[in-house]
Ligand binder design. Sequence first.
Ligand code: NAP
Length: 247
Amino acid sequence: MPVLFVTGGSRGIGAAVARAAAADGYDVALTYANDATAASDVTAEVETAGRRALAIRCDVAREADVVAAFAALDDAFGAPDAVVLNAGITGGFCRVDELDGAMLERVLAVNVHGAFTCAREAVRRMSTAHGGRGGSIVFVSSRAASLGSPGEYVHYAASKAAVNTLTIGLAKEVAREGVRVNAISPGLIATEIHARAGRPERLEKIAPQIPMGRAGTPQEVAAAILWLASPAASYVSGAVLDVGGGR
Ligand code: NAP
């Protein structure tokens, strides 16, 4: 059975990826930061779909956690076929002239440092140059990287721009080693990320500004991620695909 590894798979877009992957026939290893109950709910759904599932506690900002999470994946399922690097935080809402240094450090640690260390561990397992059998990496970026998100979270937007550059550069590094690397840029998606960062009204407020007039669903993002991860996207690498309702 093919194996898919997804970071931040306990809730939101990552949980939708885990469910869609199980439906597509993958065994699923997912990580979570704090919410063990949400993680075990998702692994139970994967198992109900007839696939193997593993939940691993991992703060992607901590290199030791990332190394341990991939080691747990090795022990349980072996090398992954698809790796979805989804874990991310906004850090909350503020202007640049209101930034708190510790918050900025945390956003960059989770969104940028975490993406790099996870990608490193994935390449070490999948690249044919490391004895692997190839595979696909999909980063979860954001439309914020292009929009800049003034007055909301330029810090978050900039962290996702770094993820886009990582996607483009890494794709070229491993293109002849059997590994495709792409990113998805979701627009406004209906998950808990907005309320947990202190703006529960954000979905309703911004939806009218979106060309399609609505927020997207985690399932709509997951479908695009699963396509990029699959052999159906065999000539797609270095792409940053918008899933933003036209925004
Ligand atoms: P979410 O509902 O808040 O879920 C976040 C997931 O990431 C949870 O599984 C959470 O685990 C995990 N997580 C948080 N911090 C972590 C850390 N330090 N290490 C490991 N895992 C961590 O968020 P979401 O909306 O699904 O967002 C997923 C990704 O999509 C993020 O990268 C986000 O930036 C991006 N995105 C979202 C939107 C949107 O509108 N929702 C738009 C564009 C891009 P716990 O359950 O344990 O907390």
